[in-house]
Design a protein around this ligand. Sequence first.
Ligand code: IPE
Ligand code: IPE
Ligand code: MG
Length: 224
Amino acid sequence: MNPLKHVAIIMDGNGRWGIKNKNSRNAGHKAGLKTVEKIIKQTIKNKIKFLTLFAFSTENWKRPKKEINYLFNLLENFLLNRIEELHKQNIKLKILGVKNFSPQLNKLLNYCEKKTLKNSKLQINLALNYGSKSELVGAFKKIKKNKKNISEKNISRNLQTKHMPDPDLLIRTGNTKRLSNFLLWQLAYAEIFFEKKLWPAFTPNDYDRVIREFKTIKRNFGKI
Ligand code: IPE
Ligand code: IPE
Ligand code: MG
């Protein structure tokens, strides 16, 4: 049985689910948030220590402003309503990506990170305005500035995911088989599951099924 410390998820398919079921992409984002809550609970049940959720990519700024505003409002309200509860559950929240949102949202994100910094049951990494290529460029720049040598160790140390194990398992919902600039370095040896279901339709049972299958895979890491 493979140990499972870190699950990463590309939560894709909200817009299509929303159009199909409620004739609105934004309704899909709202429904997707319900799935987030269920999956967080199930992650705790499965005693997994790190959950990284791709919520907004550096490329998602190319979407219509109305959709972007809706998404960030949803996030802001979610954090305002839920941060106390997450904190009580001993959950640590960390943002991956560049925090260049409204001053109000930046402040809230910093507050949530600081408040939950010492929590230890589960770390949730929320990837927001995150792009893996930009993260890597940032790491190389830091290495250069500190006059260190380019090595795998130094690159890992200068990524935003320092101090955590690489994801063992990547799940992408939404019936699309690509990485969309997510954790390109960190996923080098992850087991990857592309799920047909759209994110709002993805259930804790689906999650458990993937985890069960993950646990039985022979992970070689180059060995035989
Ligand atoms: C993923 O769902 C959520 C975000 C990118 C914010 P999409 O909004 O990409 O949904 P589809 O892929 O268009 O259905
Ligand atoms: C990836 O989904 C980003 C998130 C889930 C936040 P996209 O829907 O943006 O990916 P592409 O553009 O279809 O590759
Ligand atoms: Mg999509």
